[in-house]
Design a protein around this ligand. Structure first.
Ligand code: PLP
Length: 392
């Protein structure tokens, strides 16, 4: 049996070289970056080096990068920080129905507690927003548009440059959650008119518990964590020096590998997609194709199958994967993303996400293409939903 990890959208393994860069900051270089003696200056210098590494990868300035504890925190900061600073102007936020919960639940929180008006834009059948919908939703009260760069479930990439240009022209701030996209695509924040962006280290072979927030120079948001003067007083608390060093190293390495890794993964992805669609009757691909899809994402629906059962069967064959459903409080909720692209409950429940990464090989794709079709066929034999589907 092979061990095949195909859940890189959930998290990635730490790059050993990233771990090596981090290790001294867990051990001998332990000074508090805020202390004034020269030993602590080493910790400060390490943070500033990492800030430069992240900035360089995005064509940002070092002073535009703020380290956070996660992508979730960066998303929270974008929405809450903008709303609190600009609510007097109107407090209307526009986002989409397919955002990660870090954005969706923050939007709901602001609606409930802050009186924000939040518009959740619909998406088309492949998960793209329509520019006409965005243009129609902006009012004089709109302070922020938050549209994810690429979706974590179905991999669809949004027209970020077009959205950014429109927002800049309308004088509305634009935030994008690039937690998935930054690990797979070249991003130039200036070229794309991005005002704020969220990143997370653990999606790009760095450590868990470290993220970054890009905030365009000159923009003023409400500070996020109140306390000491760290991160220019905007995000207090003693810095996670090792995590930040790891993020800097991971981003730099990811950027250097991108030109090779992107075509390699796209080829593997398309082979997997075509193989699955050919071998499994009535398999459906969720999301867009080609350049509008993340190079490492595949997402399928198999009518007549329960995603969770499929995951267990795949696990028994050594394959780690993910489904779009989330079991919350005992009831199985279909994915909000799959529902937003118009899938039925049955299709959404029978979904499978296989997300590729650095360790994914041709042999692994062959292995999945050997294992998956008989598993689906066997489960369908026992499925009343499949029987009904065939009769219809
Ligand atoms: N946004 C997107 C699109 C994600 O995929 C994730 C994680 O899956 C997050 C935000 C949250 O990032 P973190 O795990 O760093 O909090």
């Amino acid at each position: 049996m092979q061990n095949v990890y195909l859940d890189h959208a959930a998290t990635t393994p730490m790059d050993p070289e990233v771990l090596e860069a981090m290790t001294p900051y867990f051990t001998e270089v332990f000074g508090n970056p805020s202390s004034i003696y020269s030993f602590a200056a080493k910790s400060r210098a390490a943070i500033e080096k990492a800030r430069g590494q992240v900035a360089a990868a995005l064509n940002a300035l070092p002073e535009e990068i703020f380290f956070t504890s996660s992508g979730t925190e960066a998303d929270n900061w974008a929405l809450k920080g903008t709303f609190e600073k600009l609510s007097a102007k109107g407090g209307h936020i526009i986002t989409t129905k397919i955002e990660h919960h870090a954005v969706l639940h923050t939007g709901e929180y602001l609606e409930k507690t802050g009186g924000a008006g939040v518009t959740y834009l619909p998406v088309d059948a492949e998960g793209r927003i329509r520019m006409e919908d965005l243009k129609g939703a902006v009012t004089d009260k709109t302070v922020l548009v938050s549209v994810m760069f690429a979706n974590n479930e179905i991999g669809t990439i949004q027209p970020v440059g077009e959205i950014g240009r429109f927002c800049r022209e309308r004088g509305v701030l634009f935030h994008t959650d690039a937690v998935q996209a930054a690990a797979q695509l070249d991003i130039d924040v200036k070229e794309l008119f991005i005002d704020m962006m969220s990143l997370s280290a653990h999606k790009m072979y760095g450590p868990k518990g470290t993220g970054a927030f890009y905030l365009r120079k000159g923009l003023k948001l409400e500070n996020f964590v109140h306390g000491g003067g760290q991160e220019k007083g905007k995000r207090a608390s003693t810095e996670n020096v090792a995590g930040i060093v790891g993020m800097g190293a991971a981003v730099e390495k990811m950027k250097a590998r991108l030109s090779q890794e992107k075509p390699r993964l796209s080829t593997l992805r398309d082979r997997l997609i075509n193989g699955v669609l050919k071998a499994i009757p009535h398999a459906k691909l969720n999301g867009a194709m080609g350049e509008e899809r993340l190079p490492n994402n595949t997402n399928f629906s198999f009518i007549g199958i329960e995603g969770e059962t499929l995951l267990l069967d795949l696990d028994a064959k050594g394959i780690s994967a993910s489904t779009g459903s989330a079991c919350t409080s005992g009831s199985l909720e279909p994915s909000h993303v799959l529902m937003a692209i118009g899938l039925t409950h049955e299709q959404a429940h029978g979904s499978l996400r296989l997300s590729l990464g650095r360790s994914t090989t041709d042999e692994q794709i062959n292995y999945v293409l050997d294992m998956l079709p008989p598993i689906v066929a066997k489960r369908r034999e026992m499925s009343p939903v499949w029987e009904k589907f065939l009769e219809a």
